[in-house]
Design a protein around this ligand. Structure first.
Ligand code: SF4
Length: 327
């Protein structure tokens, strides 16, 4: 594909989680906050929305002219493809939205018959997807390098980090939780994939599974530079670290800790971590690194995962909490 190709990136159209002809709600009736993470809070359960970070990352890292539609309605999507001669239409989706991807591919063929359709995101791992949708390329795994390569651009040049708030429209009981700029953490994406490769894990499988991961920022120095840039541009001091197992890259994390201390940066980090990885740090290191919130998945006692072997998880959680870390 020529490097000046006109690119449209889009998430699937809303409204979402409806009992409609596209079947998203029938495929997956779960909602991350309301009936999973904060379900015990019942009426006070959180409601919040997240941008399509993968599409934003691709848009920020290609030279080709690129438009991004995030959460369009179907009418808005049709308006865009009817009015502009895009060469490439990239659609990002999760698996429950496969019916919408199918519909969007049909619409692109109708309005832009010469365009190349690229489909990525978690939906790409759906078995038999190529028979369900009319796409030219179904891309599994890391999309920035793929898109750069497809556009004949240099795939190895440094990654520009987009400015993305970790959540938007946060509210409980209809009352907004957003008060002033800086209250919401910036999203930080150091790496994708998780080398632990638990056999049920979609995010690990998405990027190659056990032993596989991809670093956007290899070193603590690179990461520190990006965080300084986000801090200044977005007026934030906290980072939602969107990396499945950020602390498992110990050398990078400890170098970041050194740089934070040297440069007097009392940032807060919200991280995902497996129990065995947390145990490789002292509490002092975790606190100094600003780890103030940890999301840790614990499987049942019958599960035989290395990440839980020999670890007293109750004690670990109590120790983290006694150091001011939310678990
Ligand atoms: S440790 Fe967590 S993120 Fe990593 S593979 Fe297992 S479930 Fe997935």
């Amino acid at each position: 594909m020529r490097s000046d190709a006109r690119v449209l990136l889009t998430s699937v159209f809303g409204p979402y989680a409806q009992d409609d002809e596209y079947g998203s709600r029938a495929v997956n009736p779960m909602e991350l906050y309301h009936n999973q993470v904060t379900r015990e809070q019942r009426a006070f359960s959180l409601r919040m929305f997240h941008r399509s970070w993968g599409l934003m990352l691709i848009q920020s890292n290609i030279d080709a002219p690129c438009t991004l539609l995030d959460f369009p309605t179907m009418d808005r999507f049709i308006q865009e493809i009817a009015a502009h001669p895009y060469d490439i239409v990239g659609i990002g989706a999760i698996q429950p939205n496969v019916g919408k991807v199918q519909k969007m591919c049909e619409l692109v063929r109708q309005h832009l018959p010469d365009a190349t359709i690229v489909v990525g995101g978690h939906v790409a791992n759906l078995p038999g997807l190529d028979e369900q949708i009319d796409a030219d390329h179904i891309v599994k795994g890391e999309g920035v390098r793929w898109m750069r390569r497809f556009l004949s651009e240099d795939e190895d040049r440094p990654i520009r980090h987009p400015h993305v708030l970790s959540g938007i429209g946060a509210r409980t009981m209809g009352v907004s939780l957003e008060r002033r700029p800086g209250d919401t953490a910036a999203t930080l994406i150091p790496s994708v994939g998780c080398p632990m490769g638990c056999n049920f894990c979609a995010t690990s499988a998405m990027f190659g599974g056990k032993g596989k991961f991809f670093h956007f920022y290899e070193t603590g120095d690179e990461l520190f530079e990006v965080m300084c840039e986000l801090e200044e541009a977005m007026r934030v001091r906290s980072f939602f670290v969107m990396d499945e197992n950020f602390l498992s890259y110990r050398k990078r994390a400890l170098r970041l800790l050194d740089l934070m201390a040297e440069n007097d940066k009392p940032w807060a980090l919200y991280v995902f971590s497996s129990a065995n990885v947390l145990c490789r740090y002292t509490m002092e290191q975790l606190v100094a690194l600003g780890v103030s919130w940890v999301w840790m998945g614990l499987e049942g006692p019958g599960a035989d995962y290395v990440k839980l072997k020999g670890i007293d998880t109750r004690r670990l959680v109590r120790t983290l909490q006694s150091h001011g870390i939310h678990v």
